[in-house]
Design a binder for this molecule. Structure first.
Ligand code: SF4
Ligand code: SF4
Length: 273
């Protein structure tokens, strides 16, 4: 039975317990502090922190497999405002671009449906990085390999849930069987819609379905997710088809033109004789 996670962003409080639990369980090092001098600032400034939001890591990385995104929406009059939060990670896609692209088969799908980078066979070619439509997978200069969330592969194969879901105090992240999670997500969506709130599920349709899916209160792009994610290898199939059809068309046109020239020459010869 495939396992996954349902992330109900509408009840996330941005506490980052999930982000900390992920680092702790997976033994991921803290972000290196790149303190440097900035003109006009008398004290050292950490360049890799955003510094203008509580979202201080800003993105997923080889050592940040989970990232709580803070979205601050303030209208022009500055009277209406809301904060949206979204705890993001690898989506463990049904059609995983990263896995399709890996030339050494270092990226595999386990019997529980999660997608894992096997560090021993990763050669650091980085092919997987542009193949992920969500910008999830990152290269580590330290190990020379690609890294991302494993859906706590060791925990879930030993009967435990993911560390992030376990740590989340509001139940925003749920781990379980996909069918059960979808029932929960549908019920929550109906509840919100019943109250007239804007809500949508992200991950049922996208790229053949995501094993980690979300309930959003706004458009996916507001949460930094592609509206219409495309697995690159599918685009490749489409491009190849277009190339073949174009080549066939050019060949047919050349054949027609050749025949016309032959016919013209025959007519000229008949005329002369
Ligand atoms: S989200 Fe990206 S890294 Fe995760 S399985 Fe899908 S393609 Fe791979
Ligand atoms: S632990 Fe739960 S509530 Fe806290 S930031 Fe993560 S998802 Fe949101």
């Amino acid at each position: 039975m495939a396992k996954g996670m349902f992330v109900d962003t509408t009840i996330c409080t941005g506490c980052k317990a999930c982000q900390v639990a992920c680092k702790q369980w997976n033994g991921l090092s803290a972000e290196p502090a790149h303190f440097g001098k900035r003109p006009g600032v008398p004290y050292p400034v950490a360049d890799n922190f955003t510094g203008d939001s509580y979202d201080n890591t800003g993105t997923l990385s080889a050592t940040d497999w989970r990232h709580v995104r803070f979205i601050e929406q303030i209208d022009e009059s500055r009277r209406e405002k809301r904060w949206l939060f979204s705890s993001d990670s690898c989506k463990h896609c049904s059609d995983a671009g990263c896995l399709n692209a890996c030339p050494t088969k270092a990226i595999v799908r386990t019997d529980l449906g999660n997608v894992v980078v096997q560090q021993e066979t990763c050669i650091g070619c980085k092919f997987c990085i542009p193949s992920c439509p969500y910008g999830v997978i990152s290269f580590s200069e330290e190990t020379g390999t690609a890294h991302k969330c494993t859906l706590c592969n060791d925990r879930i194969h030993n009967g435990l849930g993911t560390a992030c879901a376990k740590a989340c105090p509001t139940g925003s992240i749920r781990f379980g069987e996909l069918a059960d999670l979808k029932k929960r997500a549908d019920a929550r969506l109906a509840q919100l819609k019943g109250k007239g709130e804007q809500a949508r599920i992200y991950g049922y349709e996208e790229a053949d379905g995501l094993n980690v899916f979300y309930l959003f209160a706004d458009r996916p792009k507001v949460y930094g997710q592609p509206e219409d994610p495309v697995v690159p290898q599918r685009r490749l199939v489409l491009c190849s088809l277009v190339t073949i059809l174009t080549a066939l068309g050019v060949g047919a046109a050349a054949l027609v033109s050749f025949r016309e020239r032959l016919n013209g020459r025959d007519e000229e010869e008949n005329h002369e004789s």
